[in-house]
Design a protein around this ligand. Structure first.
Ligand code: KIV
Length: 275
């Protein structure tokens, strides 16, 4: 093998090695511009299938397609240079068989250049995760609330809030880790359970509505920037960009109507003729 140049991006093994160490910082991004902004601060950029709801106004992530993920994954790779980019496998692209999962994951990796993929589910995916990991596809797992299952679970409610419900979620997390995933997202799970799972699995856990004890945290970028009309309890809005965007657009509309935009500094005069 001839090595063209050293890989400067963080890799799945780099993230795997962060278990119990410095917390892993992760945000979603779906565009080159936002990828450029978050790349400096994040270890992992997740091209989440939440793009279906955030970018396309869909009610759930179920209609998201592989082509949508590949298009935005490619954009995020172009906009970033340091973080590990993980692309979500959308509903229907990996559940039928381990072979289906491999063919689609390989397509995502070849066409976007991303460093890993993410799948939702626990025990039922253990064989698939092992199959992918053994064949060069780094896999991030995702347990707890799994939004792609909305039509069978019925609501986006937090999981494991009664101790009697902990067993299956713990088993899911352990199966994903034992199968060879390099990290695990835990979404909307009672805090003590997320803390316990983090102590039980050998791979880093990345919480979203889970626990500060997780090995890292992830949020949807538009949620933490205040651009989403509604956010779950677990989101902290670090800023509120919605009203400032509204104000900027209001000023633009007023200036266009008053013919004060464009001003002299925004237009091209004729070139001066040399005498
Ligand atoms: O799709 C997504 O953005 C996700 C995160 C919320 C973890 O899966």
């Amino acid at each position: 093998m001839s090595v063209q140049q050293e890989i400067k991006r963080l890799t799945a093994p780099d993230i795997r090695a962060r278990k119990g160490g410095e917390p892993i910082v992760s945000l979603t991004s779906y565009h080159a511009h936002t990828a450029r902004l978050v790349d400096k601060y994040c270890d992992v950029i997740l091209v989440g299938d939440s793009l279906g709801m955030v970018m396309h106004g869909l009610e759930t992530t179920v209609p998201v397609t592989l082509d949508m993920m590949i298009l935005q994954g490619h954009a995020v790779m172009r906009g970033s240079s340091r973080a590990l980019v993980v692309v979500d496998m959308p509903f229907g692209s990996y559940e039928a068989s381990k072979e289906q999962a491999f063919m689609n994951a390989a397509r995502v990796m070849k066409e976007t250049g991303c460093g890993a993929i993410k799948v939702e589910g626990g025990r039922r995916l253990a064989e698939t995760i092992a199959f992918l990991a053994e064949r060069g596809v780094p896999v991030m797992g995702h347990v707890g609330l799994t939004p792609q299952a909305i039509n069978t679970i019925g609501s986006f409610r937090a999981q494991g809030r009664e101790e009697k419900d902990w067993g299956p979620i713990e088993d899911d997390a352990k199966s994903v880790a034992d199968a060879g995933a390099f990290s695990l997202v835990i979404e909307a799970v009672a805090e003590p359970l997320a803390r316990r799972i983090t102590g039980q699995v050998a791979i880093p856990t990345i919480g979203i509505g889970a626990s500060p004890a997780c090995d890292g945290q992830v949020l949807v970028l538009e949620d933490m920037l205040g651009l989403s009309p509604w956010v779950p309890k677990f989101v902290k809005r670090y800023t509120d960009l919605g009203p400032s965007i509204g104000k900027a657009v209001e000023s633009y509309a007023a200036e266009v109507r008053a013919r004060t935009f464009p001003g002299p500094e925004h237009i091209y005069p004729m070139k001066r003729k040399d005498r």
